[in-house]
Design a protein around this ligand. Structure first.
Ligand SMILES: Cc1cc2nc3c(=O)[nH]c(=O)nc-3n(C[C@H](O)[C@H](O)[C@H](O)COP(=O)(O)OP(=O)(O)OC[C@H]3O[C@@H](n4cnc5c(N)ncnc54)[C@H](O)[C@@H]3O)c2cc1C
Length: 278
């Protein structure tokens, strides 16, 4: 059972709880990106099981009128077991999306996975364009990757980057990452016809996205995490911005919850207050 304090960041352990959450978001005009929690499997078994779970989820979503899609992690689909396992499982998930008219996002993990993730995206997006992949502005290679993806169908999700990477391949200074993120956003709004997802809680970046949309007319959406700036998510949706909430669910919630707590002092205080209140 998920304790109430973790419920801020995780929708629940079951598909039913994730669907309930998606319905609540829908009532506020917010779309849902469902992520079944799980990563870095070293056996094929759980990777195959999660691929199967995504296939069932895509089928179930197609029976609703919710604006909801899925986001998969390469290491959840077996990348640590082998690239061919990941490719097979991704293909199965994309096949299910094609059967049911769903959308598949690919999260981007640490820099050792970037090539395999982009190659797998490229291998699928031509046959099934309702896909998107995440690129991280903290990586020095990202502008070239944006150029590489610009002529393909599909969407790109831009993030600042969640993984600590060495300075020879990444910008490590926060101000520099912000500067590169602004520049990558400008490039993506100019060059991507398929649409740009701005995955950030940073008000400055969201304002910039609005300005770039006004300048270039490019479709865009703002993506934020469950439990983070939810008032802002609702406000943006009310203003007519397309907003999606990244909503994790499943029984492997502990390490995700821990990451969310540790990334911000206020979140630790929130957890401590909840514990003291009982
Ligand atoms: C939908 C989504 C998907 C993502 N997918 C990936 C992925 O696939 N790969 C990956 O590497 N990373 C991913 N990330 C994480 C991302 O790379 C960043 O680590 C994370 O979003 C923090 O950067 P930021 O732009 O939100 O803002 P930050 O740079 O952390 O903060 C900038 C400003 O935003 C505001 N802010 C930020 N957080 C909060 C908060 N909790 N409460 C109130 N205000 C806040 C504050 O004003 C703050 O000063 C994803 C993020 C989102 C939202």
């Amino acid at each position: 059972m998920i304790p109430p304090i973790a419920r801020r960041f995780v929708a629940g352990e079951t598909v039913a709880s994730a669907m309930d959450h998606a319905r609540q978001l829908d009532a506020d005009g917010i779309g849902t990106i469902l992520n079944l929690l799980g990563e870095h499997y070293d056996d094929r078994g759980p990777a195959d099981e999660d691929a199967e779970a995504y296939r069932r989820l895509l089928a179930e979503l197609s029976e609703t009128d919710l604006d909801a899609c899925v986001s998969v992690k390469p290491s959840q689909l077996g990348l640590d077991v082998g690239e061919s396992v990941f490719r097979e499982n991704l293909e199965r998930v994309v096949d299910a999306a094609a059967d049911h008219g769903g959308f598949v996002w690919m999260d981007m993990e640490d820099a050792s996975t970037t090539d395999a993730t982009l190659e797998a995206f490229e291998a699928n997006v031509e046959r099934y364009p309702a896909m998107g992949v995440c690129l991280q502005s903290n990586l020095r290679r990202t502008r070239e990757d944006l150029e590489r993806l610009a002529d393909l169908p599909g969407k790109v999700r831009l993030v600042k980057g969640a993984y600590d990477e060495p300075a020879d391949i990444a910008y490590t200074d926060k101000a520099r990452v912000n500067e590169v993120f602004r520049s990558d956003l400008s490039y993506a709004f100019r060059e991507f016809d398929g649409g740009v997802a701005v995955a950030s809680h940073d008000p400055e970046m969201i304002d910039l996205a609005r300005t770039l949309h006004d300048d270039h007319g490019t479709d865009y959406e703002v993506q934020m995490l469950m439990g983070v700036r939810e008032d802002a998510q609702r406000e943006l949706a009310e203003q007519g911005v397309s907003v999606y909430q990244y909503t994790p669910y499943g029984d492997r919630w502990l390490s995700y919850f821990y990451r969310r707590l540790m990334e911000r002092k206020e979140n630790v205080l929130f957890a401590l207050r909840a514990i003291v209140r009982g």
